[in-house]
Design a protein around this ligand. Sequence first.
Ligand SMILES: C[S@@+](CC[C@H](N)C(=O)[O-])C[C@H]1O[C@@H](n2cnc3c(N)ncnc32)[C@H](O)[C@@H]1O
Length: 290
Amino acid sequence: MTQWRLKSARLRVGVLWRSLFDVGVWSRFGRNPRESLLWLLTPILDVSYQRRNSATIARSHDVVLSNLSALQSGRVKIVDLSELHTLEPFSRYRNTDAADRLGAAFAGHNSDKARHDYHLIYQPILAMVAESNPLPCLFEIGIGSNNLRVSNNMGVLGTPGASLRAFRDWLPTGRLIGGDVDASVLFNEERISTHFLDQLRPESLRAVLQKNSPIDLLIDDGLHTAEANSNTVISWLSVVQPSGWLVVEDISPGRSSEDLWKLLGQLLPAGYQSWLVKTSVGYCFLSRRD
Ligand SMILES: C[S@@+](CC[C@H](N)C(=O)[O-])C[C@H]1O[C@@H](n2cnc3c(N)ncnc32)[C@H](O)[C@@H]1O
């Protein structure tokens, strides 16, 4: 304990010593003596104040998020997969055989969607999409990249374009569009076209979505950060048609994710229905415009 105190005191004296010989300090003193004195004394009072300060702010953001999400009036239903299948409209469109075939289509193209049980979510949604538009358009953010330096790549064994090809097989009259930040994975094939976009640049995302509208189903399987996801939601709102769907995959598990998505769903305009589905890897957010 005494040793720790000695070390800490030495550190504070060191910071003060360095500050005294910093030319900037003296010119600051001339301009604003009170503020400069406080600045000079801060390391003496508490070297770790900044670290502690940002931890306090982060914690208070979590509490505020939790408080705000508690205000939501049940507009976002939080369910696991088996509960989802009992709810309207999923219960009406659910088909176990078809879901198995969709799972096999994902696995056959080397997409990990079936491993995460997403075929059970997509099967009823794709049935609704195909019913409301005989020539449906599906747009997926995240084509798949083998480049290990790209965030959220699929590793060297993945197959870029895997899920787009599985969706193409599933929707025989569908138009499939992909978008990715890794320009090297872009490709064009029968009924599939792909475009460069960066989810962290909302204007680039919105421009590509607008150019390819109308979109019946938008899937976010890209960067998977809250920032990227919220850009997707905002961009989707600018292009979504009646009966249009949004699926945001692979939302990280945990209380703050749940709070954030409850709040986000609550803030969508009237006329949208949303579900937050618990999956083996976290959550999947679904929303549909009436
Ligand atoms: C898991 S992979 C997609 C897998 C594919 N959807 C499948 O199931 O076969 C995620 C993709 O998101 C892309 N990505 C990462 N950051 C992105 C960003 N900021 N904007 C757009 N795409 C991004 C990566 O390049 C990668 O191709």
